[in-house]
Ligand binder design. Sequence first.
Ligand code: SF4
Ligand code: SF4
Length: 442
Amino acid sequence: MRGPKIRRFGTFSGGIDLPDDKGLTLTRPIAEWDDIENISLPLGRNMRSATSPLVINDQKVSTGRIIATADNESPDIFAPTDATVTGFSNVEIAGRYTMRRAPAIDLKIASPIKLPPAEPIAPHWLDMDEAALWDRITEGQLTVHRRGSTPLAHWVLKARSKSCGLLVANAMEQQPLVTSSHRMLVDHGPEVIEGLAILARAIGISNAALVVPRRRTDSYRNIAPPADKYNIAQIALSHKYPTESDTILTKVLTRLSVPPGMTPMDVRVAMIDPATCLAVYRWVACGQRLAGRIVTICGHETRPDGNYFLPFGARCLDIIKPRDRSVIHGGPMIGAKCNTNTVVTPATDAILAISPSPYAPSSPCIRCGWCTDHCPTRLNVASLNDDFELSLIEHARRSHVTACVGCGVCSYICPARLPLMQRVKELKLAVIHAVARDGRTE
Ligand code: SF4
Ligand code: SF4
């Protein structure tokens, strides 16, 4: 399938130079976190789209048993290990734009959930025909490891229907402290590359690339042989933030602009992440359905900062106690504050205890214009802040608020400490709802 070409590795207007503050987590190998006994597995992406539980309270379930059946928007849910159902609750998970509530099954697990060693099984995925590979992927009931947790099979079908001609594994990971993708490439790089090759074949794309920060390339020598074998381009880019945004990365790689409110697939570029590639490799090549993911942990009282394999459904505040600090789900630029019921999902790349709190009191706008100058999508952020304060949804729509990529540059740079990213995201969501309600196209 032909598609957009990688034409240049350029730059973009706006953005900032973030400190490379990643400390020891860069160099420590991925470790297990084996004292979690209770998990709450989300049953869907929100309260409306949820799978139906097939179990009752106090029921014992064995490893791999289906405990909730798929609906249109969520895959089947499997017991990650032998466990007992202890109840049903509501949890908070990372949605596409904001944190969302979703129903969950509470389980007491009989043994720790770990990242098993990779053990490939027959047949090799290269020996499967197209139909067999597709059956294998759909059987996995995996989700994409990004905010919103789309079912993987839906994502592949969408990439096919949009005739995507370029597949990119986005490993830019520029936020301070966060290193989960980096460690995945260091410790499991060949598996990530093979997972990317599997996805390329499933979509029918011959043009695939792995994109990493230029200042980390020395650490990734292990990925060159498999990348050459599967004809995957390796691209290193400068660290100007937010190159890691899918929209900005699309622009930097291809010169194509993603229209406001649309995604890179609308310009025929499929963006994925190393965590999904690793999960795809483990399922398709090894028959292992991963029951957790690699997460950067910083600020634990007794355990060293580092990257740990955490089970899906673990409560973030059971992992790091807040004490006098804020605990953030996601990185310091784009993350959200954890509540007592925020849980680890495929979209969780970091849980960080940060002091002082990034949610400090703000003061009124002083009209310095820095937020607008540095916004990578050229939004007039100060004007959008006025729209937020005055609830001017229609004006925000006309100002193209849906072009916001949620990078957090505006909040980071604002001397008045206004929570601009959250405000612009709320406006964007309000515009999306208003447009859907009125049956208009953006
Ligand atoms: S308005 Fe959106 S895209 Fe612009 S700097 Fe703020 S978060 Fe980033
Ligand atoms: S950076 Fe903050 S203070 Fe400056 S114009 Fe933007 S909102 Fe106002």
